[in-house]
Design a protein around this ligand. Structure first.
Ligand code: ATP
Ligand code: SF4
Ligand code: MG
Length: 365
């Protein structure tokens, strides 16, 4: 039996569409973002590919330091910011609506930012200016891309604040960010991000700092707005539970790479990668006692400077010793198609994965 038949599918280095000419609305191909540091080259993103169409939501999930934020900053052209970003090395392709951004003029990317793509950050205070009213900031964000009088832009700001659920938007438009509660600030930032009707919206841990009830409200809001505006949405989180209801597809990142990607139902009900199993086991469950809820994946994330050869999850993987034919530990698992639009990067044979999932993992979830 060949390695290929053992794993049940042909190896592909990346899940790009059958036709290299067909480009999804957002089409990221073999993206690498490396930062030279005194300690060595930090390979924050190391060969990431994915596609996203308009009207679809992709959840990017992974532990702290797996490269989620760097991926989104790179799409928006913000990865060079700060002293540490100056010497960044970036390669691959990012196609947005047919335009390639990695090789594009930074001014062109800046023009697209805010107009065609916008970002919601975890901490609105860091994204909003403390000395300007919320309304003024939305007005300015609008007028950068639209040649309209302030009055028109202000009307748009009030409409949007109303749309994102800010009470008395006519009055609150003149408030400063610190006069808003955390949830209201997050709503205001969503309004600011949406002011130019962006076709791609990236929300990086949009609810992490909020309490559970407000979290649910903000996720509902993002889902409603996505339906209304038909934009493509990326939601970044370390918690699979956050994207369970809202995402169409999920991409699981580990050590700067994608280890599993697929439609949300497949990731929840037929996940194929041991790290995804670990993430599912660490999800909060309302039907369990608090103490039983979180079973974090044991061990720590890999160093992105000295990424081990072979599977980066190997040191933490409970199934590293399951026999894998003549595949050696130093061989890096590439993404393989394991179902319709479902890819995973693990050397284990399909029958072993299916058996372990059904017999060992499911009973514990
Ligand atoms: N400008 C930079 N220079 C050097 N290393 C960087 C830089 N930006 C990010 N990194 C490193 O890249 C890795 C990935 O960072 P990133 O912020 O993308 O992680 P993340 O998955 O978003 O984590 P978190 O869940 O904590 O937000 C980290 O090890 C981080 O230290
Ligand atoms: S390739 Fe091996 S070490 Fe990596 S996830 Fe699969 S079983 Fe675990
Ligand atoms: Mg992050």
């Amino acid at each position: 039996m060949t390695d290929q038949t053992k794993t049940g599918a042909a190896a592909v280095s990346e899940p790009v569409p059958a036709s290299a000419d067909h480009k999804a609305f957002l089409d990221v191909r073999d993206l690498r973002v490396h930062f030279p540091t005194d300690d060595g080259l930090v390979k924050s993103v190391d060969g990431l590919s994915f596609q996203l169409e308009k009207g679809q939501t992709l959840g990017i999930v992974g532990e702290s330091g797996s490269g989620k934020s760097v991926t989104s900053l790179a799409i928006l052209g913000l990865h060079r910011l700060g002293a540490r970003g100056k010497n960044v090395q970036m390669s691959g392709e990012i196609w947005l609506d047919g335009k390639e951004l990695v090789g594009a003029d930074p001014d062109e990317v800046r023009r697209l930012r805010g107009r065609e793509m916008a970002m919601i950050f975890q901490d609105p205070l860091s994204a909003m200016h403390p000395y300007y009213t919320v309304g003024n900031q939305i007005v300015e964000a609008y007028r950068v891309h639209h040649d309209v009088p302030k009055k028109t832009a202000r009307k748009r700001a009030v409409e949007l604040l109303d749309r994102v659920g800010i009470p008395e938007p006519n009055k609150r438009v003149d408030s400063y960010p610190h006069e808003f509660s955390g949830g209201m600030r997050q709503r205001a930032m969503i309004a600011m991000a949406l002011v130019n009707n962006p076709e791609l919206l990236i929300a990086d841990e949009p609810t992490t700092a909020l309490d559970v009830t407000v979290q649910a409200q903000i996720l509902d809001l993002i889902r409603d707005l996505q339906k209304e505006f038909g934009s493509a949405v990326i939601i970044i989180t370390h918690d699979l539970g956050v994207v369970a209801e809202i995402a169409d597809d999920i991409l699981v990142m580990y050590g700067g790479r994608c280890v599993e990607r697929g439609p949300v139902d497949r990731i929840f009900y037929e996940p194929q990668h041991p790290y995804t199993w670990g993430l599912l086991g660490s999800m909060p469950r309302i039907d369990r006692e608090q103490t039983d809820r979180l079973i974090p994946v044991k061990g720590s994330p890999p160093s992105l400077i000295n990424v081990p050869s072979g599977c980066a999850f190997n040191p933490r993987c409970p199934y590293a010793d399951v026999p894998k034919g003549n595949i050696t530990r130093t061989e890096r698992p590439e993404l393989r198609e394991v179902g319709s639009r479902h890819f995973t990067a693990c050397h284990m044979a399909q029958e072993d994965r299916t058996r372990i999932w059904n017999e060992e993992i499911v009973p514990k979830l």
